[in-house]
Design a protein around this ligand. Structure first.
Ligand SMILES: C[S@@+](CC[C@H](N)C(=O)[O-])C[C@H]1O[C@@H](n2cnc3c(N)ncnc32)[C@H](O)[C@@H]1O
Length: 269
């Protein structure tokens, strides 16, 4: 992908932010800022990481930037579309799980009943809400969420996420790399400032080295691929795509493999 945002990219960001008009000025400003400064959503489309007609589960969906971005893609393709990007996916279903009621409400106001595909936002704690999830998804997305959960809970949520994958489905995961030195410390500092601004307090962050994330995901039966992120954006983060084998029954794989997966780091940071 060329430098983000490209001229067409700036148009997509403005269009996506406009989806938030029913959710208020803050939601619109936040969408514009995040989509402009964080290239991960552009990378998902530029590299065709979300298959056409996917059923998508988005864990820790925030205010629903992913569905807003996918809806924007459908609106803007092909007339205002970057020439080097593939045709965008049109999901068949989207479910977002979000712990923070205000974020979930912004997502609902902006998107539910307004997209061309069913879009459901559940206000729930992913540490509990996924135990009973029986639907199969082609894509499970977890972007910048797991470090807010205790180490054991991270593994349990990943197990649930893999169990929710249809055969051949993929987990798209972005996590911090605790072994990234000053960049990891910088990312954590920014995270804490944002937490203070949003909630008036900062909770512990539970960070693992990238190698440990890799071992954990491979231990759950996923074939792993990593997508390079631009060095100037979220330098301490890694974006991974884990694909479940076509023949795997995820129900058996995730739980069994996880028991012997990567060791739990000693302390929250
Ligand atoms: C940094 S934001 C990322 C939001 C979204 N994934 C994105 O990339 O725009 C992390 C989100 O995860 C949510 N979150 C944290 N713990 C969660 C949990 N246990 N269950 C569901 N959501 C959670 C937070 O409320 C927050 O909205």
């Amino acid at each position: 992908m060329t430098r983000w945002p490209s001229p067409e990219g700036a148009g997509l960001v403005a269009h996506a932010a406009a989806w938030y008009a029913p959710a208020g000025a803050f939601a619109q400003r936040f969408a514009r800022f995040k989509l402009h400064h964080d290239p991960v959503f552009a990378i998902l489309l530029a590299q065709g990481l979300v298959p056409a007609r996917a059923r998508i589960l988005d864990i820790g969906c925030g205010q629903g930037l992913l569905p807003a971005w996918l809806a924007t893609a459908s609106d803007c393709h092909p007339h205002s579309w970057p020439g080097d990007w593939p045709s965008p996916p049109v999901p068949t279903a989207y479910v977002g799980i979000e712990l923070t009621p205000a974020d979930a409400e912004r997502a609902r106001r902006a998107l539910c009943g307004r997209t061309a595909w069913p879009c459901e936002i559940r206000t729930a704690d992913a540490r509990e809400a996924l135990h009973d999830e029986r639907a199969a998804y082609d894509v499970v997305v977890i972007l910048d969420v797991l470090h807010y959960m205790e180490f054991d809970a991270q593994q349990a949520v990943l197990r649930d996420a893999v169990r929710c994958l249809a055969p051949g489905g993929r987990l798209i995961l972005r996590v911090g790399d605790a072994s990234a030195g000053w960049r990891a410390r910088y990312s954590r500092a920014v995270d804490r400032i944002v937490q203070w601004l949003r909630a008036g307090r900062a909770t512990p962050l539970y960070c693992r080295p990238a190698d440990e994330w890799r071992r954990l995901l491979r231990g759950m039966g996923l074939a792993l691929r990593e997508i390079p992120l631009p060095a100037d954006a979220h330098g301490a983060n890694v974006l991974m795509v884990g694909v479940l084998a076509e023949s795997t029954t995820s129900h058996g794989t995730a739980g069994d493999a996880c028991a012997g997966a990567a060791g739990v780091p000693a302390q929250p940071l």
